[in-house]
Design a protein around this ligand. Sequence first.
Ligand code: LLP
Length: 437
Amino acid sequence: YGTQSINEKGHLTIGGVDTIDLAAQYGTPLFVYDIALFRERAQAFQKTFQNEQVGYQVAYASKAFSGIAIYQVAAQEGLSLDVVSGGELYTAIQSGFPKEKIHFHGNNKSQAEIDMAFDEEIGCIVVDNFYEIELLKKTAERRQQKMNILLRVTPGIEAHTHDYITTGQEDSKFGFDLNNGQADRAFEETYAHGHLELIGLHCHIGSQIFETAAFQKASEKLLLKMATWKQDHSYTCSVLNLGGGFGIRYTEEDAPLEPAVYVKDMIRTVKTASEGAGFPVPEIWIEPGRSLIGDAGTTLYTIGSTKDVPDTRRYAAVDGGMSDNIRPALYGAKYSSLLANRAQEEAGQVYTIAGKCCESGDKLIEEAQLPEVSAGDILAVFCTGAYGYSMASNYNRITRPAVVFAEGGKHQLVIHRESFEDLIKNEEGYMQEGAKR
Ligand code: LLP
């Protein structure tokens, strides 16, 4: 993928940087990001919109991997930013991200989070439910301040993906139901409000989607709704936000389309549907997370113990696991790997890559094709850039890994490895005579 290569020492390189040197310098587990690849993906999405001559915003769904450094790269590439919590918003502000390009999501935003969005005068809030409409109205009126809003709707479309990551179907905790009058009610409660500026509709139909049909159906449904509101209320929404969810290739089994293909198809559908409905072609916004950052990330681990279960399998254990990548345990997600220090050796063995957490289910890869491994080998697991670090935990009091950005033969440490001191920094002791540590 991207700028990955193998150098004369037989070592895996990323962004022109030797991964074995990185492992030696920063320790493992270590997330290494191929930043040129992130930039390339960001440009590919945006160029497609430019070529098709439609208004657009490409917002990086930063839940996939959030942090000051990646927010800065996203800003450099002209992306907008999707944040889903006060914490992500705070980080974005600290990174200097252009506030007017920040979109705030979430199905249970607190009053404090909403106030923060108003304080920072961010680009828009994607409104999820009636409770939030009330909070927003009160806040805007109290502050006498305007806020752009989009209404998030669930179109009742099932994209073919894992159960836990489908979000567009009817029985979803997210959004206003498009098919039972909820979306109409949300529209009626907001479009004429003096401070809330309803600019459009949003939907997100799922994640790791490999087909264009679901996006087509969703965009047609949303456009029809927008056309109806125009007819009945003479109100024209200018933005159609179709969310993220474009699939990527974790293993050979995955067959995603090129990012540009999803977008081209989407634009064509929206144009045709707009014409059909006599509706001006809206701005099209998307929110890719995984497809921007997923294959840019690689995790380096050091192999330690091995165990043979005769006639069954061979385990090779690494110095991380579900604490830095919960996806195999949570979703049965599959990954591919390579021995980074002997990248050219024939992969004649099959190993189950186990993590170091106290859980039998802590396996990163069921069947990894590798050369015969020994302690000290460096294992590279690919495509861990999305929902890896961002879903990492301190389970078993394992510290979160460090993160390095590599680009053009240079590298920079952007997130330090957590220390044991970090683990207890918010803690007080407990003794009967008073809190002590
Ligand atoms: N927009 C909204 C409103 C979303 O809820 C999501 C993801 C995205 C955009 C970005 O989706 P992407 O392009 O990354 O697929 N933790 C799961 C994925 C959860 C996705 C939640 N929403 C995983 O590791 O697969």
